[in-house]
Structures are given as structure tokens and as C-alpha cells.
Design a protein around this ligand. Structure first.
Ligand code: BYC
Length: 473
């Protein structure tokens, strides 16, 4: 047994020091977590000092403490957003108006466990997907951002493991072990959701992943933050504060790729930026098509009785449930979904209760579009005629109504042959991947950047761009 002072090691606001059973469970999980981190977390650089943000409390002063730290010494804490309402009420579903639950109701044990495990599984999965990227980091600040995201995803794993161990007894402890055993992309023990078994082979994919897939995280966590099971709601609220930085890394990362491409197009008066070591906007569009469609799948089917049950049971709400102006029970209302009817995409009205996944997906699409608009503004400001577009919701889907239809990015159902002929124009090909990979060389001099990406506008925590974000000696 490892003798560690857990009160010091795990910053928390859950009275860990008073809960001997939970402490014991975490004590036996902790070395397994560290073993997973050393085998499946970031490759190399574990001994380097990295300028990281650590949460040591949930208040303004404590949730973002910056300093240099070796990643294995990172303090993975357990935090729930403070509860400031005395008698908080459930805001949706059959139990609307009743007090929220601090313990798991027996009848909802299985679905709650499933939701927490599905959420928990994505966190280590993304760390596994990104583990080789530091070797091709385009700058020290990018390498640092990668590591920041990795340690925080691991903290999110801790957050879910805490819920499992504190509220699900023996089953929860077993699930916590299994979360360390599944592996992204492993055909024998894959991660639960599709996108988390895809490779993240290069930095363009990484920026796309953090823009599109982390944004699914924002919407899923936002829905779980509405849960009647208060420990889950408060845990997810706190996770959302960290998630914002991940999406910022994605959005600014893609913006810097665009900026570089536009600079080169203008400087050399050419569209052939590849010749000059930059990524062309057509390739960027293909990456967007891929990552957007794979992330849309993460919301589940358009019609889902699982989601309807989660909603009526009060386990998972809609995004910002309390701001929606309706009865929050959805017994009568309808919601539009798309369907393939005899080779045409048509809109049908479906009982809203069945379309909870679709509503969340629609909220997500609006949010993605805002980021795309900002990217397009950069292109327009550079005087270049090119418009990035999100593909149609039905394009390249593996889950839901369109999983067996071939659909073009502009939303036309096409034959399978036509799809095969044209897919290379829409999705990254092996040769696109090869080209992007050919640009991936590591740059570790402070304040220097790889040729395919512009410098960021700002450093981290008001530090300069030439700050030693990772100490390389
Ligand atoms: N891949 O009724 P349906 C994040 C299954 S990301 C594989 O539509 P449901 C992060 C489904 O399980 C946020 N299988 O599904 C981001 C079901 O199986 P059964 C992660 C899929 O339950 C970046 C069947 O298909 N959090 O945090 O309504 C870095 C029927 O489907 C998929 C959550 O996802 C798929 N994509 O919805 C790090 C929140 N989709 O019952 C982290 C928790 C569906 O036939 N999860 N299936 O065996 C959920 O709320 C729900 O599980 C889902 C699925 C929304 C994912």
C-alpha cells in the first residue's frame, strides 16, 4: 500500500479527509491511475517542468493556480461547484419541483451509472489519442497547451471516478478500474463512443478535435449539470470551467493555421500554399468535414428512448434547461428532425421527448457555426475569397437516421457509387494525411513556431510568448 498524505495530494472540497471508505478506495485506485498515466499519458516529457494550471479550490483565487510542475506530480483534485441555494429544486422531468437528490435513488442506479461511465470513458480516451503529439509540437506554448488539456482530462476522469466510488459502492469501484482498462482504438477493448477510437495523428487533427469534440463535451456536461443528482450536476459545472480553455486552444489553433495560409497566399499570390509548407484551405475544409460529422455522432440518435428516459427521470436535462421557455416536461410538444424519405431529406415533427439528443445537437451546431464565422472573418479580412462551411448534418454519419445513407456535404442523398467517387474531395485522403504529417516537425526554441502555423496572439496567464512554457533542458 502506498503511503501518501491524501489530504495534501488531492485538493478537494468534498471532505475527503472525513470519509475513510472513500479515501481507501481512492488510495487503491491512485497507483493504477499513475501506472495508466505513465504508460498511456503523454509520451516522453514526463520529467520536464511544465507551466500548468492547477485547481486547488473552486473559488476565483484557487481554481487556476499557475506554476511549473512535472506532470506525474500534478495534483489531480476533486471539486464540486459550491452549492449556494438552500433547497435546490429539480428543474425538469417527472420530479420537477421536488428537492434535488444528494444520493442516488435506487431505481435510477443503473442509468446514472451508465451516464457517468460513458462520460468518464471519454476523458482517458482523449489522453490516449493525444499521447504522441508532443514529439511534433509546433512550439513550446502549443506543447504546454497539449499537456494542460491532458492533465485536465485526467482530472475529469478523477471527477467521474469520485462519483462512482462515493455513490456506487462495489460496482462503482469496478467501473473505476475498467475505465483504466479500455483503450482508444483497441479493437478488443475499445473506448465506448466512436470519436474516441479515432486517431489524433497530427496537430491539425488535435485542433479540430479540441474545437469540435471538446465542444460536444461542453454540451454533454452542460446537460448533465442540470441533473437532479446534485453531486453529478455540481461536478459537471466545475468541469465546464476547464473545458472552455480546451475549445479556445482548438479555435485559436485553427485560426493560426488559417492566418498562415492566408499570409502565404497573399505573399506569393498563389493558392498553392502547400509548396510553401502551409496547409491549404481545401484540406482544412476536409478536416472540418470529418471532425464535425464524427462529433455529431456523439449526440446519439435523433430519436432516442434512452434520452427520453434520462429526461423524464431527471438524470440528464437539456443545455441550460432553466433558460428554455416551456413546461420542462415535454408531454405535448413536438420537435423537428430530418429523415431520409425515398431518397429525399425531409423534416418531420416528432414528440419532443424523443428528440432530446437532436435538440442538443442543434444547439451544438449553432455554437460550431459561431466559431466558423470567426474563421471566415479572418479569411475575408485577408482579402481572400474562400468560405469555410459546416457540412450538412446528415453528411458522413455513422449513428442515427442517416447512418446508412450517403449524403453530400450540401445535403443531397446520393448513390453509394457516387459517394465512393467523390468522398476523396470531401474527406481527408491518405495523401492529405501524409502531407499534413510531413509538416509536423517539433519546434522547441522559445518564441519560435513551425512554418505552417502563425504565432498565437497571447501567452498563457499574461506571460510573454517567449516564456519557457516547457523547460526543455
Ligand atoms: N458511439 O439511444 P441512443 C467529452 C449507442 S465528450 C457508439 O441514441 P443515447 C470530451 C448508445 O449507447 C462528452 N455508440 O443513445 C470531449 C445506445 O446503445 P444501446 C461525453 C453510440 O443513450 C473531448 C445506442 O447506440 N459525454 O466529454 O441516447 C475530450 C442507441 O443510441 C454512440 C457524454 O456522452 C456513439 N457515438 O445517447 C474529452 C454524456 N451514440 O443502449 C472529453 C453521457 C449512441 O443500444 N452519454 N450509441 O446499448 C450520453 O448521454 C449518451 O450515452 C449519448 C448516447 C448521448 C452518448
Amino acid at each position: 500500500m502506498l503511503h501518501t498524505n491524501y489530504n495534501d495530494l488531492i485538493p478537494n472540497n468534498v471532505n475527503l479527509s472525513d470519509d475513510r471508505r472513500l479515501k481507501r478506495a481512492l488510495e487503491s485506485w491512485h497507483p493504477k491511475f499513475l501506472e495508466w498515466w505513465s504508460n498511456w499519458g503523454p509520451e516522453q516529457y514526463q520529467e520536464k517542468e511544465v507551466y500548468l494550471r492547477t485547481a486547488v479550490s473552486v473559488d476565483r483565487a484557487g481554481w487556476a493556480k499557475f506554476g511549473h510542475v512535472r506532470m506525474p506530480d500534478y495534483r489531480w483534485g476533486i471539486f464540486l461547484t459550491e452549492q449556494n441555494k438552500e433547497d435546490k429544486k429539480i428543474s425538469f422531468g417527472d420530479h420537477k419541483g421536488n428537492s434535488v437528490w444528494n444520493e442516488v435513488p435506487g431505481e435510477y442506479r443503473a442509468p446514472l451509472r451508465r451516464l457517468i461511465v460513458t462520460q468518464g470513458d471519454t476523458e482517458p480516451a482523449s489522453v490516449e489519442q493525444q499521447r504522441a503529439l508532443a514529439a511534433t509540437a509546433p512550439s513550446l506554448i502549443d506543447m504546454r497547451n497539449l499537456f494542460q488539456i491532458n492533465v485536465e482530462e485526467a482530472r475529469h476522469l478523477w471527477a467521474m471516478v469520485y462519483l462512482l466510488m462515493a455513490h456506487f459502492g462495489r460496482d462503482g469501484r469496478d467501473e473505476a478500474e475498467t475505465l483504466l482498462q479500455r483503450r482508444s482504438g483497441d479493437p478488443d477493448k475499445p473506448r465506448i463512443l466512436g470519436a474516441f477510437n479515432e486517431a489524433t495523428p497530427d496537430w491539425l487533427s488535435f485542433f479540430m478535435f479540441t474545437f469540435f469534440t471538446d465542444r460536444d463535451g461542453k454540451y454533454q456536461l452542460g446537460s448533465l449539470a442540470e441533473s437532479a443528482f446534485e453531486p453529478l450536476a455540481r461536478t459537471c459545472q466545475f468541469m465546464l470551467t476547464e473545458e472552455a480553455h480546451h475549445m479556445y486552444v482548438g479555435e485559436t489553433g485553427v485560426a493560426r493555421v488559417i492566418q498562415k495560409s492566408c499570409e502565404i497566399m497573399r505573399r506569393y499570390k498563389t493558392d498553392n500554399v502547400r509548396k510553401h509548407g502551409a496547409i491549404d484551405l481545401e484540406t482544412l475544409q476536409k478536416y472540418i468535414n470529418f471532425h464535425f460529422s464524427v462529433s455529431l455522432d456523439l449526440f446519439g440518435s435523433e430519436r432516442s428512448t434512452n434520452a427520453a428516459n434520462y429526461f423524464t427521470q431527471g438524470l440528464k436535462g437539456r443545455y441550460q434547461e432553466s433558460r428554455i421557455k416551456d413546461d420542462h416536461q415535454l408531454q405535448e410538444s413536438l420537435y423537428p428532425v430530418l429523415e431520409n424519405r425515398s431518397g429525399k431529406i425531409i423534416e418531420v415533427q416528432v414528440p419532443a421527448l424523443l428528440t432530446i439528443n437532436e435538440k442538443l445537437r442543434d444547439d451544438y451546431v449553432i455554437d460550431c457555426q459561431r466559431g466558423v464565422d470567426r474563421w471566415n472573418k479572418l479569411i475575408a479580412d485577408a482579402g481572400i475569397e474562400f468560405k469555410i462551411e459546416l457540412p450538412h448534418k446528415a453528411f458522413n454519419r455513422s449513428i442515427g437516421s442517416f447512418s446508412s445513407s450517403s449524403v453530400s456535404p450540401d445535403g443531397v442523398i446520393i448513390s453509394e457509387e457516387s459517394w465512393k467517387e467523390r468522398a476523396d474531395k470531401w474527406l481527408p485522403t491518405a495523401s492529405d494525411h501524409e502531407f499534413v504529417q510531413s509538416l509536423m516537425t517539433q519546434v522547441t526554441d522559445t518564441g519560435e513556431y513551425a512554418g505552417w502555423i502563425a504565432p498565437p496572439r497571447l501567452g498563457i496567464n499574461k506571460q510573454g510568448l517567449d516564456y519557457p512554457y516547457v523547460v526543455m533542458q
